[in-house]
Design a protein around this ligand. Structure first.
Ligand SMILES: Nc1nc2c(c(=O)[nH]1)N[C@H]1C(S)=C(S)[C@@H](COP(=O)(O)O)O[C@H]1N2
Ligand SMILES: [Mo]
Length: 206
């Protein structure tokens, strides 16, 4: 018996109103993994790579790659939501949570209420510190069981999956804590300071 033909429409976009409650308003599902970068992919030698936590220009702690790899590693499976309207479900990551970083740095509490991610290539993005702790965010170095590919931010990227994906800084090299919230790269260009996909906080004023 012949199989019934599968219509093209069925194979294209899945319905936007997925009833599982995993897809925020205005988003559609993708099964591939799009690459979105504002500039070229930087390539940093692991021998020269460092990751630094700082406050108001003063370094608090820094790790070279082997030291970073020796920190407690945590697995995280999460959905990701890009402001350009694609969402991807059940993505698998591994890395070092901010809880682990603060503990390893000997910080009993975060040094300031706001964080700015700094990256090779100059990209920045701001996130409140309360959104980084409690297992909600990490510096990810593995995707789907393999080293994070350079186009997706390898060797290491921020991962703050409950906010729009522009808050997940690729090629991250440091996080600076601040007393006042400051806009990062896209935030200066009109993207929302917070970026909650469930409240569709895409642009300033949303
Ligand atoms: N350093 C850096 N990080 C970045 C970006 C960038 O251009 N540079 N783009 C952001 C945006 S807009 C998105 S949607 C995601 C895309 O990540 P991906 O390319 O792994 O899908 O990375 C975010 N982090
Ligand atoms: Mo994005």
């Amino acid at each position: 018996m012949d199989q019934p033909p599968i219509s093209r429409g069925f194979r294209a976009r899945r319905p936007v109103d997925d009833r599982s409650g995993r897809i925020p308003p205005g988003q559609h599902l993708v099964t591939d993994f799009p690459v979105l970068s504002a500039g070229p992919t930087p390539h940093t030698d692991l021998a020269a790579w460092t990751f630094t936590l700082s406050y108001a220009g003063t370094p608090l702690a820094a790790w070279r790659w082997p030291e970073f790899e020796a920190l407690t590693q945590t697995e995280l499976t999460c959905h990701i939501h890009c402001v350009t309207t694609w969402s991807k479900l059940d993505t698998r990551w591994r890395g070092v949570t901010f809880d682990t970083l603060f503990e390893a740095a000997g910080l009993r509490e975060p040094p300031g209420p706001f964080a700015m991610f700094h990256c090779d290539g100059g990209y920045t993005t701001n996130v409140p510190v309360t959104d980084l702790v409690g297992g909600k965010a990490m510096i990810a170095t593995r995707y789907d069981g393999a080293p994070l590919p350079a186009p997706h931010g390898g060797p290491a990227r921020g991962l703050v999956p409950h906010l729009y994906f522009w808050k997940s800084a690729k090629w991250v090299r440091g996080v600076t804590f601040m007393d006042r919230d400051q806009p990062g790269f896209w935030e200066q260009l009109g993207y929302n300071m917070y970026g909650d996909p469930w409240r569709e906080q895409r642009y300033t004023g949303d």
